[in-house]
Every structure is written in C-alpha cells, then in structure tokens.
Write a protein that binds this ligand. Structure first.
Ligand code: NDP
Length: 480
C-alpha cells in the first residue's frame, strides 16, 4: 500500500516517531494509503532545515527564484492527469473537476508568483530639499502554511508559491484528510531542483503537526486556510508571539438574483456555485435569494438542473457529484439536513445519503439538497454547512435582501444577478463581503485581493497582497 513521507531538507523522510495514519478514499470508504503522523520533532527538523536554507534563498535574485517556481508549474502541467486522479481519489471530487479546475489552478499559482516577484516594487517618498525615504521589503523569514481538504493542491500552492517567491522558506502542512497531492508536489520540487530546505512539507493531524508549526518560535508568520474555529485558535496561540497572520476562514455566501437577470445564465451558474465539489468550496453560495416575481420560474429551472446532477463514482466521466470528503463530514451535513426539517423547511430536492453499487458501495455520497421556507435568520441560514445543501428564499426589495445577505457572522463572497449596472454596483458596495461576483462566479484573476470580511478572515491573499504579507517593510531615510 502507498506510504507517503514527509519532505524535509530536500529529502522524502519517514516521521521521527515512525507512526503513520490511515488515509481513506471517500468514494470507497477504504484505506488506500498511510501518511506520516508527524509531531513537534518533525516540525523542529523542518524548521531547522528552512532556517539553514534561508540566507541563500533570500539572496537569490527574484528572477532565479521565479525560474524554479515556473519549472514546478511546468511539472504540474506535465503530470496533470496523474495529479487529477490522485486529487479525486483522495478527496472524492469528480476527476473531471480536478482535471479542469484544481490542478490547472495549482500550476498557474506557481507560474503567476514565479513571475510576479519580478514585478514587485516598493515605494520612495521624496521630500523636496529635505530627505529621500525609500522602502525595502525584506522576506519575513521562515513561514508556516496550513491548508484545508476541500481544494487540496490548489489552496496549498496558493500559499506556498507567493511565500517562496517573496524569498521566504516554508514549513507547510496539508490537511491530514487529503495529503496525497502535497506528497506528489514534494517529488516534483525535488525533480525541479528546488534547493534543500526551501520548502518542507510535514504531514499529520492538526493537533500533532499543525500545532507545533503555530507554536514554533522560529516561524515568523502563519498563512492559514480552514474553519473559523481553528482560525480563532491559531490567532489565540500565535498572536501573543507577534506572528503575522493571514487567516482565510469560513463563509455563508449569499446569491442575490434580481428579476431582470439573465435567468438561464443565473440558474446555470447557481447550480455550479451551489454544488461544485459537492458544495465544499468556501466560495459556494448556500443562500439563494430570488426576487419574488421570478421566484417560481427560477425554482422550476433550478430544480430541473438539480435533478440532472448525477451522483456517481468520481472516476466516471458522467458523474457531476462525487463523494463528500469523509464519513464525519457526511454526518455533519446530514445533521444540518435534519435541522432544516426541525426549523420548518420544506424539502424540494435530495436530502438523503446515496448508496452506489460496486466499488463505491461504502462511499460517502449525498444527494444535492434544496430547501425553501426557512427563516433568513434560522441556524441553517446562518451557519456554514459546507456541503451540497442550499436554501431558496424569495425577497421583495433591495433593502430587505441586503439585510438578510449581511445577516451572518461571515463575509467571504457573494454573487449578484441583474442587468441593471447601477443596481449591481450599489448592491456590491453595500455587501459585507470580501469578494463580489456580478453575473458570474468563481471567475479568477490572480492579481485581485482574495479574502473575507468579519469572521471569514483577516488579511488578503492573491497578487501583490500576498507578496506584501510575506515581506516586512523597512523604511530608510537619507537626509539631503
Ligand atoms: P480545519 O480548520 O479543520 O483545518 C484546516 C487545516 O488546519 C488542516 O490542515 C488542519 O489539519 C489544520 N489544523 C487543525 N487544527 C490545527 C491546530 N490546532 N493547529 C494548526 N493547524 C491545525 O478546516 P477544514 O480542513 O475542515 O476545511 C474546511 C473549512 O475551511 C471550512 O470552514 C471552509 O469554509 C474553510 N475554507 C476557507 C477558504 C477561504 O479561502 N476563506 C477556502 C477553503 C476552505 P487536519 O485536517 O489534519 O486536522
């Protein structure tokens, strides 16, 4: 059986204590690999390797660092099919999704930041006849990158690539639930010739391998993507050590559909934004608010689309919905379906676990699920479910829908569907969301700031924001 290893100081190595954890394929419910159950000793070794590599790495011209990152991007593209199969096996997502979204976006993360470092500039402030002030942005040093299970390689590389581009060395931990492509990435980094110790990947659980990363005094910053509760714990631990923090956390995103929208396009994209990756994308819209005059036609077309979302083996090209990531997560999502019934919701579609035949008989499959008739402020409409469950709610005015859309503790993303440009901009401005898509969803430009307001996070990733995060400004003044 496949046995993953840590990537420390340029080598694939077993965990210091020799312990391994089983890794389950969600589509089959069977163990398909074992992963290091790393602890503080592994993190200490990884951090020491990163500290040793740092002086040479930060001195390397940005162009040379960039060439290595672009090389890694090319290797990801070369191995796209293998990586897509691995991501699907580890996470349960349809292989078609991993092939078209996860892996290409991981490659573009390295390509983008490989070249972005060369375009990164700092400021000068000239005081006529008095002084010249210039800012130098120094790499922070050794940083920690911790990522979740839903878009494993995509989000892992979204942190690692800018950190390396900025001249930092990295100790990274992927989710213990989906470690496979991070392991394959470590093989590609060796092949690309990334110097030893520049990137170190430590596998294991949150408490076992993640906690020592956030506590290690030699790690100067933590870039974390995951749940709001974990983010709060990380902030509580790392802030008193004055570590810089970037926290990308949960969401409960609204889709606002006005009557003047392009209904066909709004329905088509809302199906994707509701159920892509089985609803396990932090940017999925789980609360769909529809202007009352088109509520019934929207509902009819949306439910027809839901009925066509085939739940099946992620390896099968015809499957539109794969497995949820784990049995525990399936149970959590099912508990929210039970809660939606308790809170008075009317089930319009789905609601049941799916049992497939053959190799997937023990997999964690769930029907895409739609409720209506729930109060906008009930728990199902306020708490993050992170699965294929959405609610439909009619609204009568812009003011009303804005109150509901902003009525959760989260503020990550929102979509607006309308042909009225003035309204689109006005509503976007009033939304408490870090990301707003107008007549689209999941459109990506790597230069834009990515992140959430309120309990959805602190700081922004993407573009120059990420390079600023991984560097520390120093102001130098020359008296004239
Ligand atoms: P978790 O918060 O459970 O875990 C995220 C990562 O943190 C995992 O690698 C986990 O390890 C690790 N971790 C857990 N405990 C600790 C600890 N004490 N110290 C250090 N690391 C720790 O999130 P999930 O993996 O369940 O991901 C789902 C969540 O992520 C959702 O809330 C979703 O909204 C959010 N998310 C946010 C995004 C954004 O950009 N804002 C994007 C994608 C997801 P392990 O898995 O091994 O326990």
């Amino acid at each position: 059986m496949l046995q993953l290893q840590n990537y420390i100081n340029g080598h694939l190595v077993p965990p210091a204590a020799g312990r391994y954890l089983p890794n389950i394929e969600p589509a089959t419910g069977q163990v398909f690999s074992h992963i290091p159950d790393s602890d503080a000793e592994d993190v200490a070794r990884a951090t020491a390797a990163a500290q040793a590599a740092l002086p040479a790495w930060r001195r390397l011209p940005a162009e040379d660092r960039g060439k290595l990152l672009v090389r890694i991007s090319e290797l990801i593209e070369r191995d796209l099919e293998r990586l897509a199969q691995a991501e699907s096996q580890d996470n349960g997502k349809p292989v078609s999704l991993a092939r078209s979204v996860d892996i290409p976006r991981a490659a573009s993360n390295f390509a983008f930041f490989g070249t972005a470092a060369q375009h990164f500039a700092s400021e000068t402030h000239f005081q006529e006849g008095v002084a010249l002030n210039y800012t130098v942005r120094h790499p922070l040093g050794v940083v920690g990158c911790i990522s979740p299970w839903n878009l494993p390689l995509y989000l892992f590389t979204w942190k690692i690539a800018p950190a390396l581009a900025a001249g930092c060395c990295v100790v990274a931990k992927p989710s213990e639930i989906t470690p496979y492509t991070a392991f394959l990435l470590s093989e590609l980094c060796i092949e690309a010739g990334l110097p030893a110790g520049v990137l170190n990947i430590v596998h294991g659980t949150g408490p076992g391998a993640g906690q020592p990363i956030i506590e290690h005094p030699g790690i100067k910053a933590i870039s974390f993507t995951g749940g709001t509760k974990t983010g709060e714990h990380i902030a509580r631990t790392a802030a008193p050590m004055f570590k810089k923090l970037s926290l990308e956390l949960g969401g409960k995103n609204p889709n606002i559909i006005f009557a003047d929208c392009d209904l066909t396009e709004a329905v088509r994209t809302s199906l994707r934004s509701s159920f892509a990756n089985q609803g396990q994308i932090c940017l999925c819209g789980s609360r769909i608010f529809v202007e009352r005059s088109i509520y019934e036609p929207f509902k009819r077309e949306f439910l027809a689309g839901v009925a066509a979302l085939t739940v099946g083996d992620p390896q099968d090209g015809g499957s539109r919905q794969g497995a949820l990531v784990s049995e525990a997560h399936l149970e959590k999502v099912l508990s929210y379906i039970a809660l939606a019934h308790e809170e008075g919701g009317t089930l319009l579609a789905g609601g049941q676990r799916v049992t497939l035949d053959g190799r997937c008989a023990e997999g964690y499959f769930l029907q895409p699920t739609v409720f209506e008739g729930l109060a906008p402020d009930c728990r199902v409409n306020r708490e993050e479910i992170f699965g294929p469950v959405v609610t439909l709610t009619p609204f009568d005015s812009e003011e009303e829908v804005l109150t509901w859309a902003n009525g959760t503790e989260y503020g990550l993303a929102a979509t607006i569907w309308t042909r009225d440009l003035n309204r689109a901009h006005r509503v976007a401005h009033e939304l408490h969301s870090g990301i707003v898509w107008i007549n689209s969803w999941l459109h990506r430009d790597l230069r834009t700031p990515f992140g959430g307001m309120k309990n959805s996070g602190v700081g922004r990733e993407g573009g120059l924001e990420a390079l600023r995060f991984f560097t520390e400004p120093q102001s130098v003044t020359v008296k004239l």
